[in-house]
Write a protein that binds this ligand. Structure first.
Ligand code: SF4
Length: 378
């Protein structure tokens, strides 16, 4: 079944959440200019990249460190890749289940073209199962369970060009699992002057990342903890490959920012904030932006309270004391730590309230007051 839906698109903050049909009319209200998208119930049959056929039959996927072994007519852990007669297919190529134009600050990327917007897309599926997931309704389901818009790479690039949106963000679920769709969109985007940013947990293998990075302009990684046990118990993944990929991204010179979600009682000790800060400073550099994000109860962690503001401020103070220069607090609207301060003169170079920039004191990459260079892409 296929239904053509005429959508008024695309103003900042306007969303087409294809996951819940009941939400659609409300999301469409107030959006400007008419575009046409197709809903589809078909899944894609595009051959996956980075897999090996096994001599004994079956395939091994090499996109992420899970290395799923998948026999005929079965799918990998992420639920969006399927073995058919030992050819491996991605089922979500060109099928966005969420479409939204967000401020780049929402990703969050604070040192990357501040004040611009990003066309944000996702497909169903994920390669981990974080107990605190905000987007579990799309990340923890199969593509048959989401409402998918037929949006091949060219359509995404065309939307950006028509609507003057400078960047595409692969986000909400885990873009690693829709690698081929992200890769081709980013490649086509670059050919037409549209940038791409990956918003990810960083649970990806080395070689796919090497090949992808030339087509990306920035990467934001959710470093969910600095303890392996937390990844095992709360994330359903591993810390070590994520740390390795962070170092790889930094060495490759792709702009990188980090988010650490502070979850009460699970990853919120002073010792962890110190270890995190020391690791970032040692391996990524003191000028790597670190965003502490406040937790709100959801999904499988509804039993925990929101992170106390005091804990957030303590994390911020520890990271600053350890020498990190750009430490931010997220989900604390109006807090002074939403803004960027020059590490040399201490003045506000980018003043933010929520996703709004109210003050901008950069000349190119330099502080307007003391000419100190601020890292990032401005
Ligand atoms: S991308 Fe999906 S199928 Fe491939 S290894 Fe990771 S979880 Fe498994």
């Amino acid at each position: 079944m296929k239904r053509r839906t005429f959508i008024r698109c695309v103003g900042c903050g306007a969303a087409v959440a294809a996951t819940q049909s009941k939400l659609l009319p409300e999301f469409l209200g107030g959006i400007q200019n008419v575009c046409a998208f197709d809903y589809t119930t078909r899944l894609s049959s595009v051959e996956a990249r980075h897999y090996k056929k096994k001599p004994e039959g079956g395939i091994e996927c090499g996109i992420c460190p899970r290395h799923c072994y998948v026999t005929d007519l079965e799918r990998g852990y992420c639920g969006v890749r399927e073995n058919r007669s030992d050819t491996y297919y991605t089922l979500v190529y060109g099928l966005s289940c969420s479409l939204n134009i967000d401020p780049i600050e929402k990703k969050p990327l604070f040192h990357f073209h501040p004040g611009t917007t990003a066309l944000s897309i996702a497909t169903a599926g994920c390669n981990v199962n974080c107990k605190f997931c905000q987007n579990w309704e799309i990340s923890q389901v199969r593509p048959e369970q989401t409402r998918n818009l037929d949006l091949p790479p060219k359509s995404l690039v065309d939307i950006c060009r028509q609507r003057n949106v400078s960047t595409i963000a692969y986000t909400y679920s885990e873009p690693v699992i829709f690698y081929e769709y992200m890769f081709d969109t980013a490649e086509q985007g670059h050919r037409h002057g549209v940038k791409s940013v990956m918003i990810t947990g960083g649970y990806i293998e080395e070689q796919p990342l090497i090949e992808l990075m030339p087509h990306l302009d920035a990467i934001k990684v959710d470093l969910k903890a600095i303890r392996e046990q937390y990844y095992k118990d709360i994330v359903g993944g591993e810390l070590k490959p994520v740390l390795d990929r962070l170092i790889q991204i930094k060495k490759a010179g792709v702009w990188l920012e980090l988010v650490y979600l502070v979850v009460p009682t699970l990853n919120d000790t002073e010792q962890e904030f110190k270890e995190l800060s020391r690791w970032v400073k040692t391996y990524l550099g003191a000028d790597t932006p670190l965003h502490y994000s406040r937790f709100y109860p959801q999904y499988l962690l509804k039993n925990l309270p929101p992170t106390p503001e005091k804990t957030m401020e303590n994390a911020h103070a520890i990271s600053r004391a350890e020498g990190l220069q750009y430490v931010y607090l997220g989900n604390l609207r109006g807090h002074p730590a939403e803004s960027t301060y020059c590490p040399k003169c201490g003045k506000t170079v980018i003043g933010r309230r929520g996703y709004t920039i109210y003050e901008f004191n950069l000349d190119g990459n330099r502080c307007r007051f003391c000419k100190h260079e601020i890292p990032g892409i401005f």
